[in-house]
Design a protein around this ligand. Structure first.
Ligand code: 4NP
Length: 158
């Protein structure tokens, strides 16, 4: 099993959107049993809450399920459980590096999977309100991440 964790600040806008989109792409390709997807937040403010209305709205529009998803905070056990820990922006990455335990997992930036040279952050729609643009970035990034997983970690099996 390959395990992917997306991390943002509140775990109600960007990282749950990425979780739902990647899971949908995996299901489309019949790979849902090979890759586990989860998301978490740096902050504790929204623990237990469903995704933000803007995220639910764009997922509904694109017929992507998010049933049962609720916010949680990054926890110590995450460091040993995931093959990929992917931060939605540079501040999330800095925060993760500040709390990380000693381990080998490499934290990546989500925008590394989106071919936009200049941008390093998925802008936070909690503040910008632009869920449509964030969805575009997340869809592209998840497609590219899945390709990478298929060509590296799942190479022997496919
Ligand atoms: P997210 O957006 O990190 O994409 O889930 C945010 C959600 C909530 C807050 C900040 C960002 N907040 O400050 O409560």
């Amino acid at each position: 099993m390959i395990k992917v964790l997306f991390v943002c600040l509140g775990n109600i806008c960007r990282s749950p959107m990425a979780e739902a989109v990647l899971r949908k792409l995996l299901t489309n390709e019949g790979l849902e049993d090979k890759v586990i997807v989860d998301s978490a937040g740096i902050g504790h403010w929204h623990i237990g809450k469903v995704p933000h209305a803007g995220t639910r709205n764009i997922l509904d529009t694109n017929q992507i399920a998010y049933d049962g998803m609720t916010a949680r905070q990054v926890e110590n056990s995450d460091w040993d459980r995931f093959d990929y820990i992917i931060a939605m922006d540079q501040q999330n990455m800095a925060d993760l590096n500040g709390i990380r335990e000693k381990n080998d997992v490499e934290i990546k930036l989500f925008m590394d999977f989106v071919n936009e040279e200049s941008a390093k952050d998925v802008p936070d729609p909690y503040f910008t309100g632009n869920f449509d643009y964030v969805y575009e970035l997340i869809y592209t990034g998840c497609k590219n991440l899945l390709e990478e997983i298929k060509q590296t970690k799942l190479k022997e099996e496919l």
